[in-house]
Write a protein of this length. Structure first.
Length: 301
């Protein structure tokens, strides 16, 4: 099985780098996502950050083409391992200097840098090293060992799917909704002993006093329906109705805020807002939501 894995490493790494590289190079939201990365701080502005992200995407596409076309050559595997090492170093720097930033790894993932980002980068390093050790082409391995090859590809696809937080909305939100319908309780992990997590009610109170809530409240049409904790963030889910040129449509409104924040220790928290179509489960680009400023009523004398 080890020989099958090394032979298929160029195919698996090539496919992964082709997808993530093309998303960075040709994606319409690359500029928007680059603005949330540490590249803006390092390079000085969003235009340079976007150019850097697209350059990395072009490098990924070229390496992917080399892995797929010349899997027995050592150079593509070495380049892949070096690329993965560069990703790991970048993630470590970003995590240390701007932990709230997103990694921009796939040009679709807007979540904060967490263990999945580091695991993906580590797998790229290991995949590159395995590609260097490949003793035959991936197509000849598939032709000679179709069943083991299919098993390796399926397992690898499942692992990558689990490590892709930008796909969570396609399977995690429906799973949570199913759990709510069947059991009537949210799907979440019980808190571990010694955790500094605050009560959900405190997170809701903090959210409802934030500018993000004031901006998104015209869309929200429900009370809190679900919540879960993920890598230092608390996600709060509401339902709502969003209206644009296509008309009104039901949506899920997701707010992400610091798991340990309360109105006492973080009165003005950073809150991320995502609006997801409830039917297609695709994210909706709502642009920059403007807070609704409520008039201050005079105190009774």
């Amino acid at each position: 099985m080890i020989s099958v894995l090394t032979s298929l490493a160029p195919l698996l790494c090539g496919a992964l780098l082709a997808v993530t590289g093309a998303a960075k190079l040709f994606g319409r939201r690359t500029a928007q996502l680059a603005a949330n990365t540490v590249l803006v701080r390092v390079l000085g502005n969003g235009h340079r950050a976007t150019a850097a992200l697209r350059t990395v995407g072009a490098a990924e596409v070229l390496i992917a083409a080399a892995l797929l076309a010349a899997p027995e050559a050592a150079a593509p595997g070495v380049a892949t391992a070096l690329l993965g090492a560069g990703f790991t170093g970048y993630l470590a720097y970003a995590r240390a200097t701007a932990p709230e930033s997103s990694c921009g790894c796939s040009a679709r993932d807007e979540g904060p840098i967490g263990w999945r980002s580091f695991t993906r980068a580590g797998l790229v390093v290991l995949g590159g090293l395995a590609a260097v050790a490949a003793d035959r082409t991936w197509w000849s391995r598939i032709d000679g060992d179709p069943l083991p090859s299919a098993a390796v590809v399926v397992v690898a696809a499942a692992v990558l799917l689990a490590l892709s937080s930008d796909r969570d909305q396609r399977w995690l939100v429906p799973l949570r909704k199913l759990r709510l319908r069947v059991f009537g309780t949210p799907l979440g992990r019980p808190p571990r002993g010694g955790d500094a997590r605050v009560p959900v009610a405190a997170s809701v109170e903090l959210l409802e006093n934030s500018l993000a809530w004031q901006a998104a409240s015209p869309v929200v049409r429900s009370a809190l329906l679900d919540h879960w904790d993920d890598e230092g963030w608390r996600i709060l889910r509401f339902t709502g109705v969003y209206e644009d040129a296509r008309g009104a449509r039901p949506v899920n409104v997701l707010f992400a805020l610091d798991l340990t924040a309360t109105i006492d220790n973080a009165p003005a928290p950073a809150v991320r807002v995502s609006v997801v179509d409830d039917i297609t489960e695709e994210p909706i680009d709502v642009g920059h939501l403007t807070p609704v400023l409520r008039p201050v009523l005079p105190l009774a004398g």
